[in-house]
Ligand binder design. Sequence first.
Ligand SMILES: CCCCC/C=C\C/C=C\C/C=C\C/C=C\CCCC(=O)SCCNC(=O)CCNC(=O)[C@H](O)C(C)(C)COP(=O)(O)OP(=O)(O)OC[C@H]1O[C@@H](n2cnc3c(N)ncnc32)[C@H](O)[C@@H]1OP(=O)(O)O
Length: 186
Amino acid sequence: MPPPDARPPVRHPDAPEPGTLLGAHYDQCFGCGHEQPHGLRLDATAGEGVSITAEFTVQPAHQGAPGLAHGGVLATALDETLGSLCWLLQTIAVTGRLETDFVRPVPVGTVLHLSARCTAVHGRKIFSSAVGRIGSPDGPVAVRADALFIEVPVAHFTDNGRDEDIKAVMENPDRMKVTRAFEVNP
Ligand SMILES: CCCCC/C=C\C/C=C\C/C=C\C/C=C\CCCC(=O)SCCNC(=O)CCNC(=O)[C@H](O)C(C)(C)COP(=O)(O)OP(=O)(O)OC[C@H]1O[C@@H](n2cnc3c(N)ncnc32)[C@H](O)[C@@H]1OP(=O)(O)O
């Protein structure tokens, strides 16, 4: 829970307009990357204020039980949608905590409609919540999450990421949309 002196989130003046399809932040991202054959290929759209909507279609490769989505995959979809809120805050942050409720089973072939909103900011801490609904934006709730993201410097990635992947991004910054958006020059 945010502390009492947390402030409401502020949409950055340079945030993409509501309705903008955000696109992948990194082409190899398991959550959103379109060059990632094993991933979720989740498409997120900027909403009003500090909110995001996203869609993800559960594929056969995402099964846990026969014909049903794996819970970890659903948690990833929530995590990715929540992470997209950082575009609207224009902040680089990573997930510190993700608390997930699995409310209904999600069959393969389902379009999961996700929505996320930032609830508060306190120093480097970003508090947010998300919900995933089955079949339509008004469909039954299947999953919910509350998250704490922590703002980090670019060195979080350059110091810890595998060298060959960091090098590949630096050689072709277009592979990582965020390096352009935040004019990252590590
Ligand atoms: C070549 C160029 C590359 C450029 C890259 C540029 C940008 C990248 C952009 C985008 C990519 C970003 C994210 C990826 C996108 C989407 C994927 C979805 C998001 C994810 O999937 S991302 C992966 C999973 N994620 C991690 O891989 C994090 C691993 N982790 C750590 O790296 C550290 O753990 C860290 C940094 C989180 C904190 O470490 P730290 O040392 O910086 O800070 P510290 O520990 O002091 O915490 C500060 C305050 O947060 C509180 N706090 C911390 N953790 C807490 C917890 N769990 N519960 C409750 N409170 C917590 C403390 O209690 C303290 O609170 P207080 O200030 O009140 O004392």
